[in-house]
Design a protein around this ligand. Structure first.
Ligand SMILES: [Zn+2]
Length: 318
């Protein structure tokens, strides 16, 4: 009986050893996500949220004096689609564009809104990251451009016209929008866009509901988790992420837990002396395998291994 039990254990170990390795996503940004149709929701009067599961999200506020848009998508063609979606809700001029963070899937459509006359605003470090990492952002999206048959040559670097350091309030048509910087989370420059009357927060980089975020830019996972706890404690009921559907406070806290588990699991593996490839093969964070973007786990492990073993983010700034 004892031997049969031992044999059973051996068989299980063998099965784990020969199981397919975690997804090996290419580093060129090709998208393997489910094709869920784009959805626009009016989350508060005049405040719209566009959820695009395969790519990235946006929000826009419509007022009597014009429109404030949050993030501009991954290519000018997608920027045009976003503008068309906005035009289905209003014909008011586009006054402001906020870039929440410096990933190309959130600002490569800037040129479209610049043409419309918008003033682009971002945190000082986001502006710096956009300039510093533009070639990297182009490189890591070539697979996406190929998939979509978009010409990469159409992407122009359009930097913010205005930057801020810690907090700025924009008043437009009697509505107030606060841009808050609470420190680096997923990225230096991560901006929270807070609508105090509506109790809505758009947290483009640090929060994405039920979605694995890219950890290759963060200077501190602990600080990132702390930011999530801070925004969960704010006077808000609706949390909009750069990816994933409309979220709640609990979704924000769930991401904080997932990041904490990822950080702990990676630190334990490195402390055991495992190599990067051994971690990719054996440490799969399977509790979170149904979370969007999980197929990129090989890239996330690789990036975070770099951080833990060198003390610097793989995509450091400056
Ligand atoms: Zn993104």
């Amino acid at each position: 009986m004892k031997n049969a039990f031992a044999a059973g254990i051996a068989a299980v170990v063998l099965a784990v050893a020969v199981a397919p390795t975690a997804a090996q996503a290419p580093a060129d940004g090709a998208v393997l996500e489910k094709n869920i149709p784009i959805k626009v929701t009016e989350v508060a009067p005049g405040l719209f949220f566009q959820y695009h599961h395969q790519e990235s999200n946006n929000a826009w506020l419509v007022t009597d004096e014009g429109v404030l848009v949050i993030d501009t998508r991954q290519h000018p063609r997608r920027g045009e689609e976003l503008l068309a979606a906005i035009r289905r809700t209003t014909d008011k001029p586009i006054r402001w564009v906020v870039n929440t963070h410096a990933h190309g899937d959130h600002y490569f459509g800037n040129s479209v809104f610049k043409r419309e006359g918008a003033t682009v605003i971002a945190h000082r470090d986001t502006a710096g990251m956009m300039e510093h990492h533009f070639p990297l952002e182009m490189k890591r999206r070539q697979g996406y451009f190929r998939q979509q048959q978009f010409d990469p040559g159409e992407v122009r670097l359009v930097l913010p016209d205005v930057t801020f350091d810690s907090k700025v309030a924009i008043t437009l048509g009697g509505r107030t929008v606060e841009l808050l910087y609470l420190g680096a989370g997923q990225n230096p420059g991560d901006t929270f866009v807070f609508f105090p009357q509506e109790k809505v927060i758009f947290a483009g980089g640090p929060f994405s509901k039920n979605s694995w975020p890219n950890p290759s830019f963060t200077p501190s996972m602990a600080q990132w988790v702390e930011l999530l706890r801070k925004i969960a404690a704010m006077e808000a009921t609706v949390y909009l992420g750069g990816h994933g559907d409309i979220g709640t406070k609990q979704d924000v806290l769930d991401e904080a837990r997932m990041l904490t588990d990822f950080d702990r699991g990676m630190r334990e593996a490195v402390a055991k002396g495992m190599t990067k490839d051994e971690i990719i093969r054996n440490v799969k964070f399977e509790r979170y395998k149904d979370v969007r973007n999980y197929y990129r786990m090989n890239l996330f492990i690789s990036s975070y291994y770099h951080f833990l073993t060198t003390g610097r983010p793989e995509n450091a700034y400056p």
